[in-house]
Design a protein around this ligand. Sequence first.
Ligand SMILES: Cc1ncc(COP(=O)(O)O)c(C=O)c1O
Length: 455
Amino acid sequence: MAHPMFHYDEKFGEVIFDYCRERLSLDPVPLDFGSAVDVADGVLRGLISEAGTPAEEVLDVFRTHLAPAVVSIDSPGFLAFIPNAPTKNSLLFDMVVACSGLNGTSWLESSGVVVAENQALDFLAGAAGLPEGSGGAFVSGGSLGNLSALTVARDVGRARLGSATARVRVAISEDAHSSIGKALHILDVEPFPVPTDDHRFTRGALEEALAADPHPETVVGVAATAGTTNAGIVDDLEGLGAYCRDHDLWFHVDGAYGGAAMLSRSHGHLFEGLRHADSFIVDPHKWLFAPLDCCALLYRNPTVARTVLAQQAGYLDVLHETGDEDYDWNPSDFGIHLSRRARGLPFWFSLCTNGVEAYRSAIQRGIDLAAWTAERIESSDHLELVRPAGLSVVLFRRRGWDGARYTTWGQELLKRQIAFVTPTKWEGETVARLAFLHPDTTEELVTEILDSTRD
Ligand SMILES: Cc1ncc(COP(=O)(O)O)c(C=O)c1O
């Protein structure tokens, strides 16, 4: 007789499936977040108790109070930060993953997961131009991807300098994502900040900064960005990558947001330098239309990454002694994690079933809409482009507005359930920012947003 917690209640199962069916069929997904949860209301009070609360009751609290108090990141009106727009097939397959008891840690436990995830990783490595034999794992997000890759970069750099404790630095530009700075801090690696012209990190800027530094030999790597979060700028991957190859520096590329645009027909050429990368990340949970949380982490030489990151313990030796020489691939060896959700499978399933062309066109749609929006702004009498659209990001200013006015404008748009738009800072000035990602965001919606700046 099953423990009561492990008994499947078919009736309640149907209730949950109905909820999921309803959520999946919303078209378009509404923004929600009419108001914050009123904590004083005590909606959660007493739900956790010795005897437990009936499942329908807890689901009802979620449905009525909690779910509407979340801005739906998959709504076509979500244009803040970096949105997340999972395909229907990726969401459906995420449910399969949730129900399937998959621990995507090792070849021993889950070779069926590993081969499928690796098929998706191979596809991304191929699109990036990385050589055969490249590989890695899916980790929880760009932050962990950057941290894992930079850990390997640090250790390889220290080995090159001949000391496991050598002072090492990694070159970054001021537009590198905050998670890069955080990773370097955790790793006790100093950033080597390289000043850039117009926010694009180039080989010329790197060479100039190194030439002016008294200890250039301590710089063991370069972290470039393929699509800055704030403005969608793709660094000089070709120049920086070639420099790193020539000077034996680790070349890491953070494409968490923008890396997906390597698949775009109009902008793919900006990513050709990815072929030089020693490590590269791209988040399927951003512009590759997979559910949170999912980052593809790739290494040019996975063996080196394994040497640095694989966890060693008596009870884990068995993972490394499968005797399967050809395919001894443990995702746990390539990131800072051990137990691991098979988080790459929803992306893999969606990629297989929708086909690459559907991805190309959905990515292109974000780029085209950004270009269209930039044109509209340029022809407006009260708005100004801050800079040309970068990938799918548009920065603009409303003449006469101060920082606070941008914030109230965004709040008003959300209150009216039109869009979720948050301001950003550009060279110290508060400006408006739109990040397009959902292919169903329409020109009509953009027009409504731009028109709403007229006061
Ligand atoms: C360029 C870049 N790198 C890293 C990250 C961090 O990714 P995550 O939020 O998945 O940890 C982001 C997030 O927006 C990003 O845009």
